[in-house]
Design a protein around this ligand. Structure first.
Ligand code: MN
Length: 392
């Protein structure tokens, strides 16, 4: 096993699908799962089978179509959940059961009305129970982000001994700071006996906008698996965004990590997920937002036209976008205007560039963006007026 290969665990179809009003039917889940397999993710969490008969069916159908990708089903530490999860992935080529329990004081006290010892026993029990069905069992310590490290290490050591093959350390509430979360992963790697035999996984939420930063901190401290979603969708403020992690690791080769993701499929897949779920992507979203490769200010446009590396750290083609866009606004300059007119093959504009630019600025001040069509009309107006004047 190459230790620097990061396992991409996509949970778009489970945590991502928890976005209110964006539920997916079986057909839609199968379409997205096949696209995720083509993208090159390692594990697809397809759903939470006990939650509804429809979700059970979706996980079953996803399990049936995947060729190499591991299909994962979520469950609580409850026998009927685990039975149901196991049943849903029965015919998978490679199936995983994801089970676990909350370990923070808040979860133990208010959700389970229990104590640390009882929760420890339940954690061990659910892993052993799931191992009756498959030898690929992932344990999650829900709200590990707010769980005391010493108790967390005890639980993780227990579940590793009980047969968990992946241990997931979720920052369920998106509370941790990158340094704190990184230290938590490091603490477990240094204190849990047998942890070198399993994969340590991250599962971060974006409540404070730190999901990606926390995930990277965890990788740098020894986590091997990353749980993430396309477009960063998910419960509340969402999960770690898959495209961000993959591109960070790709652009920072000095970090020495690789993923199996074909990055040229990132933007097409982002669109597929956004359209299928009826959930628009914010224009300024990193990597996949429609403005991620758009330049609108004169200084930036001039730089990018001379050489794109002045203001772009990645080529749009790398993530499946066919071109950089130069957007004409009142902040644009002559260089961008000239570039656009040349691109639109507007004839003999050079001697009129200054006049076109003046007219353009008047128009642009009243409009947010000047479209290609508006620019042609404007340039035609300037050129024909000049011609008429020259003839007279
Ligand atoms: Mn989650």
């Amino acid at each position: 096993m190459n230790l620097n290969k990061i396992q991409i665990f996509d949970t778009t179809l489970r945590d991502g699908e928890q976005v209110p009003g964006s539920g997916l039917n079986s057909r839609e889940k199968v379409t997205i799962a096949l696209a995720l397999e083509e993208l090159g993710v390692d594990i697809i969490e397809a759903g939470f089978p006990i939650s509804s008969p429809g979700d059970f069916k979706s996980v079953q159908e996803v399990a049936a179509v995947l060729k190499n990708t591991i299909v994962c089903a979520l469950s609580r530490s409850v026998a009927k959940d685990i039975d149901c999860a196991a049943e849903s992935i029965k015919h998978a080529r490679r199936g995983r059961i994801h089970t676990g329990i909350g370990t923070s004081n808040q979860h133990i006290k208010y959700k389970f009305r229990s104590n640390q010892d009882e929760i420890y026993e339940r954690a061990i029990w659910c892993v052993k129970y799931a191992r009756n069905y498959t030898d690929d069992v992932e344990f999650y310590a829900e709200d590990a982000g707010r769980t005391d490290n010493e108790y967390l290490a005890k639980v993780i050591e227990g579940v590793v001994k009980a047969g968990a093959t992946v241990v997931n350390i979720p920052d369920t509430t998106g509370y941790c700071l990158p340094e704190e979360y990184g230290e938590k992963i490091r603490y477990l790697i240094e204190h849990v006996e047998g942890i070198d035999l399993v994969h340590v996984s991250t599962h971060c939420h974006n409540d404070l906008g730190l999901a990606t930063a926390n995930t990277i901190a965890a990788i740098q401290n020894g986590a091997i698996q990353v749980e993430c979603t396309i477009n960063g969708i998910g419960e509340r403020a969402g999960n770690t965004s898959l495209e961000e992690i993959v591109m960070i690791l790709k652009k920072h080769q000095d970090l020495n990590y690789i993923t199996g993701v074909n990055t040229e499929l990132l933007c097409p897949l982002s669109k597929l997920v956004s359209e299928t779920m009826g959930m628009p992507v914010q224009p300024n979203k990193a990597i996949v937002g429609c403005n991620a490769f758009a330049h609108s200010s004169g200084i930036h446009q001039d730089g990018v036209i001379k050489n794109r590396t002045t203001y772009e750290i990645m080529h749009p083609n790398e993530v499946g976008v066919d071109h950089t866009s130069i957007v004409l606004t009142a902040r644009s300059g002559r260089a961008a205007l000239k570039f656009k007119l040349e691109k639109l093959k507007f004839p003999r504009f050079n001697s009129h560039l200054d006049t076109i630019y003046e007219r353009f600025l008047e128009e642009a001040d009243g409009n947010k963006i000047i479209s290609d069509k508006q620019l042609i009309t404007l340039a035609e107006g300037v050129v024909s007026r000049t011609l008429v004047r020259e003839q007279v």
